[in-house]
Design a protein around this ligand. Sequence first.
Ligand code: BGC
Length: 754
Amino acid sequence: MKREDLDALLKDMSIEEKIMQLVQIPGWSFEKDAAVTGIAENEATDKAKRLAGSILGVNGADKVKAIQEEYVKNHPHHIPMLFMLDVIHGHDTVFPCPLAQGATFDPEISRKGAAIQAKEAAADGIQVTFSPMVDLVRDARWGRVMESTGEDPYLNGEMAAAMVKGYQGDSISDKEHVAACVKHFAAYGAAEAGRDYNNCELSEYALRDQYLKGYNKAIDAGARLVMTSFNTLNGVPSSGNKWLMRDVLRKEMGFDGVLISDWGAIGEMVPWGFAEDLKEAAELAIKAGVDIDMCTESYAANLEELINSGEIKEELLDEAVMRILNLKNDLGLFEDPYHGACDERHKEIALSEESRNVARDAVRKSLVLLENREETLPLKDKKIAIIGPYAVEKKLHSSWALSLDPEKNVTLMEAAGEADKVSLYLGMNKAISADDKQNTIVRVAKGSTVLDNDTVIGNGEYHDDDFEETNERLYAEAMEVANWADTVVLCLGEDLGQSGESTSRADIMLPDIQMELFYGIRKNAKKLVTLIFTGRPLDLEHIPELSDALMICWRPGTEGGHGIWDVLSGIHSPQGKLPMSFPWVVGQAPIHYNAFNTGRPKPEEGPGDFTTRYLDCPNEARYPFGYGLTYSEFEISDIVLDKTSLKKEVPGSKKDKITASVKVKNSGLVPATQTMQLYLRDISASRVRPQMELKGFKKVRLFPGEEAEVAFEINEEMLRFWTIDNVYDSEKGKFKVFIGVDSATENEADFVLE
Ligand code: BGC
């Protein structure tokens, strides 16, 4: 439709029709006899089903088509409904969770993954995904860190922009793509004490300098929707924050797409104590520019009265409706209300070999090797034990993979069993056959249940069927298998219901039952490789020093087992880098590498009384941001700068720049990929600046003995920040540049901005 046609359509719509475009209802409203959440009366329910502009949580092409067909037929102007769903890290093919994708430091793999998710979801009836989640996360107590790509604004921005491009492609009218919704605006990740849905107390400096940058890049990449957050920001709930939504998001960031509330968030302004009732909540939200009310009756029940009484102008309504109509139009829904949804096609493309290969590649790239003493990995022995609940656990996705079939996930046990020249045995109850004697023998034992019987988990959706199974029996079998093996691979972790929404934890350790297993195995194993499946950084207690090798496997998704086996067996060297600091203990949270130095920085050695330090643990993370080993060794040269000063104002159009380079040499024995990281520090400024900030990264793949130069450009724009005058600008003076393999690098050089 042309713009004039949309204008004419809007003009012709009744107030009720227009208001209902702003209402989103949950998918189950269309189940027989269901009431619509938040839209209490039956009459309203019918109205919502007839007129609501969008729906969330329904997929299945035939189902979607049936709802849409009926809806369009009965709608007074035959305007199609929008179908939205949380396709966060996979629809059928599930990719590693977003935090794991952050660990790849590879935006391209996330772009490819998002494109596959879009293709599968679109064929299955979805037109909008509530992704990417770009909340900056520093506090591992918050369960939703799993949905983010981590603690760094630059990395988050790069990953989010790539995901937006993957979901949306060149045009959302393309039937293989969906519209992306950036969330949760804003600063949801700063929830006080890591407790979900909580207040965020942030200075405008911290907000702008750290928290908003990621969202901004996703919006610049063209994301068509933004979602408000559940938190308050300095006392103001996001869905009623006019300054945040109208001044910052729309005017400053230039966002002109659809702003949708998070689930029930408009109504939540009442219990927050920001609105007296749903009517006032509706007024605050529409004035703040929230276009769609997700699952409350605030808009449906109150907007008409607010317009009639003159409390809000009809133009506000029209503005919101037009944004929604535009989105529908750009998706091509007026021509094809199903956006290409087709069950046959969905079946054909879901979980294709090609998609699985991309997911497998993403898993390999996301694994972070934290320890590898005496080159324990890759596996070399002929007698391998794979032990632990995550050796056999099929639920390798996260609580935000909603439409997958977990049976399609590949466990580590299954992957090992499929490998060439490997024979798989369960437990010790069978002698090795003569035919298998030449092979690597892998014996598998579950070792323990996933959780302790009394562990509290989120979502209430998980029930371990093995609760009743005797852990003594599992434990005894595991010890026998461990005794037999030359190397034990022990698979421990957090349950899928322990990270995601509403899963804050005051303690971030593994379940006791798994720690008991760990200590038992350590006593019995000759060599111990520990794998951790998790959605958040954990307090790993004594695991790092007692393991010969330690690798973080995150929530790896469909191809988890394959990708992990590829790395364990040495076909691929690990290359993942931590996107979030791993603390020593939970008491360090929130912890992040880009912190301030303080006026009393901790001396390197000595008791350092009256300097900034904990008495009982280091200040630094146990494993810092950007950290991760490969199977090889790398030598990094000193930094070479082609010049040591940069001009702030350069006449003419050409921007001044410094080239900073290092030589990187693979001095080990196997080919490997290293991720070189560029950090900058502003030595003194009108506001205190972080000790270092990531400004670039580059992957370099080298064969043993091979050397390459890795060069980064530094320009004035990279030195900008929110100055004391509240402008985004650079300030003249001294700077440091760091280039290394993680954020603990001391490889530095100096330059000035003149
Ligand atoms: C979550 C959002 C999600 C929405 C719709 C909310 O509870 O906070 O991230 O997109 O539900 O499912």
